[in-house]
Design a protein around this ligand. Structure first.
Ligand code: ATP
Ligand code: CA
Ligand code: CA
Length: 591
């Protein structure tokens, strides 16, 4: 395989960055990050950041970034304390050090060589059960890219279905698989990539091979380079219209993965490739090396991903598919303004910014961008994952929907919300029904699309069985591994009457997401008025306590006195809001 071998494509970052890293970066008002993040960030210093060929070489001190055209519009999270520090343009993101430590058995800077052999490897089974005949079927060509775990070459198929065609081969050296976790990750990467099929924005998997030295993942060759290249080639910024074209493709494939129960966990511009050099070329997601299966009601806890793109709840070690939506928010922010929303010179500084700092929307070009673009990004970069848009909701957002032809996909959040609704008391149901009556046309658009996807009968009703039918229509092999179907079965077996659109809307509205709206107060007040007219009634304290999951140790009369109106014993506005949230709000701490 003489043609395709590792070439040193990564050059260290400017020294100025390292010096600042050693000095540490101040994030105004930064409280200490969660214990997990603190542990991950415990080591001082930052590994050398690889430099991208398009990255403007800057031997100048950090302050002179300002004069660089690529940085003229930078926003600065750490600058909130007073010091203005424009950000350098995006560069390839490093994986989180805690993740690398887990995989390689010790904390090492990104670029440190992985020891070949050694104690950690004793007894590791590096057999994958893949065919051993890669070189009989393919002729390896030039290297087309590389990452931390492997390098990718073009290759020509010598026989089989793709005979004569160029393909891409990701070569993952077994010498790099020094822990059982690292091996398991490669197994999962192949399993996920091979089971997710049929989406036009997902790189097509063909085959997997292995020999003594490597695993070879054969897939469709994308000839158009990484999204990061194009962002940098454009000097960092996309027009809103161009950014939407990129966003639609990202959201479409990510919504597909999420419905299948796969969370990517490493969404960043380096992991999206264009199929050709053409301006309008399709975009494909690659690199499922950190992906995992996740059930809709499951929380993952390993710290995984790349620092600039990692969601706050990942650092808190409790997350699901919403973590990918945060990363998409970071990508959208970068596309629109050319700089990273959360930036610092050290990993721990980035984590502090992610956990505590609000990205700037005040500096150029934000004031010149549409209110809808800003709203779109803000609703992805919400630190509370429960308030963040899902991929299907983001596709329904007016910023996207008003100018792009998009097919709204089925959204698993609907299933989760419906399950909670069905097991709620009739009092909470009527509170939600009042809230649903205040929904705006935009919000109703998304819900109507979801209702249609569930296949209502000619009288306009759906039964819980429709939830299963709709999901099965959209399933791939990945769903078997993710056990999404098991979750949906638990919803379908609940006993409940058929729902018309009005009740469906009440069952599928997310109170948390509505709280994130600027107009929330108006929605809530209006809904309370409606509820007061139609659903409010005198409350027995014990009933309310059980509705809200308050245990016997809680002094009910003290806690609940603000939630009940003294004049008539009915729910107060505060009580109404508590009721809307229901029991689940008590089990999850506020972010
Ligand atoms: N199908 C493909 N067609 C063309 N180039 C590809 C393809 N797959 C990967 N590449 C190139 O190889 C690079 C490395 O691939 P990949 O991201 O899968 O490796 P990795 O080692 O897991 O990366 P990371 O360090 O991000 O974890 C990509 O960034 C891209 O430039
Ligand atoms: Ca990658
Ligand atoms: Ca990877």
């Amino acid at each position: 395989m003489g043609l395709c071998h590792g070439k040193p494509s990564q050059i260290p970052e400017p020294e100025a960055e390292e010096a600042a890293a050693a000095a540490g970066v101040a994030v105004a008002g930064a409280a200490s990050p969660g214990p997990a993040a603190a542990a991950a960030a415990a080591k001082p210093g930052t590994p050398k950041q690889p430099k991208f060929p398009f990255y403007l070489p800057s031997p100048l001190p950090a302050s002179s970034y300002k004069s660089s055209p690529a940085n003229s519009s930078v926003a600065s999270t750490p600058a909130r304390g007073g010091l203005k520090r424009p950000f350098p343009p995006p560069s390839p993101a490093k994986h989180i050090r805690a993740l690398l430590a887990r995989r390689h058995g010790s904390v090492k800077p990104n670029e440190a060589p992985i020891p070949e052999g050694g104690e950690a490897e004793v007894g590791l089974d590096k057999g994958f059960g893949f065919s051993k005949h890669f070189f009989a079927k393919y002729e390896l060509g030039d290297e087309v890219g590389r990452g931390h775990f492997g390098y990718t070459c073009s290759a020509k198929a010598k026989k089989g279905d793709h005979k004569g065609h160029d393909v891409a081969v990701k070569v993952i050296p077994k010498a790099k698989m020094t822990t059982a976790i690292a091996i398991e990750d490669v197994r999962r990467e192949v399993r996920i990539l091979s089971s997710l099929t049929g989406h036009s924005n997902l790189v097509q998997f063909y085959d997997a091979f292995e020999d003594e030295d490597n695993v070879y993942i054969v897939m469709e060759l994308c000839k158009g380079g990484e999204l990061l290249d194009r962002i940098l080639a454009r000097g960092g910024k996309y027009s809103e219209e161009d950014a939407k074209v990129v966003m639609v493709q990202i959201l479409s494939v990510v919504s597909f993965c999420h419905l299948q129960g796969v969370v990517h966990r490493d969404l960043k511009p380096e992991n999206f490739l264009f199929t050709s050099k053409d301006e309008n070329s399709a975009l494909k997601v690659i690199d499922f090396g950190l992906s995992d299966f996740v059930k809709p009601d499951e929380r993952l806890n390993d710290i995984v991903g790349s620092a600039y793109y990692v969601a706050p709840e990942v650092l808190h070690r409790s997350y699901g598919t919403e973590a990918d939506m945060w990363s998409i928010g970071v990508i959208a922010y970068i596309l629109l303004c050319g700089s990273r929303p959360f930036w610092a010179r050290t990993e721990s500084g980035i984590f502090r910014a992610v956990l505590k700092a609000e990205p700037s929307f005040d500096e150029a070009p934000w004031p010149t961008l549409t209110a809808e673009a800003k709203d779109f990004v803000k609703r992805l970069l919400n630190k509370d994952y429960r308030k963040r848009m899902t991929a299907a909701q983001a596709l329904s957002h007016p910023w996207i929907r008003n100018s792009q032809q998009v097919k709204i996909p089925l959204d698993m959040i609907i299933y989760k919300l419906m399950r909670a609704y069905i097991s709620s008391s009739s009092l909470r149901k009527s509170a939600l029904r009042a809230l649903a009556k205040t929904l705006t046309a935009n919000q109703l658009f998304y819900l109507r699309e979801q209702f249609e996807l569930l296949g209502p009968n000619k009288n306009g009703y759906i039964s819980l069985q429709n939830l299963k039918t709709a999901l099965v229509k959209n399933s791939t092999d990945a769903m078997k591994d993710s056990r999404v179907i098991d979750f949906v079965n638990t919803v379908c077996t609940l006993q409940y009457r058929k729902l018309d659109f009005e009740e469906f809307a009440a069952s599928a509205v997310s109170v948390y997401q509505m709280e994130a709206l600027e107009t929330w107060e108006q929605h809530a007040r209006r809904a309370y008025e409606l509820f007061d007219k139609e659903g409010n009634r005198p409350i027995v304290i014990e009933e309310l306590a059980s509705e809200l999951g308050l245990g016997p140790s809680v002094p009910l009369h003290v806690v609940l006195q603000d939630w009940i109106r003294h004049a008539d014993g009915k729910l107060s506005f505060l009580g109404f809001i508590k009721l809307l949230h229901g029991v689940s709000s008590r089990s999850i701490p506020k972010a």
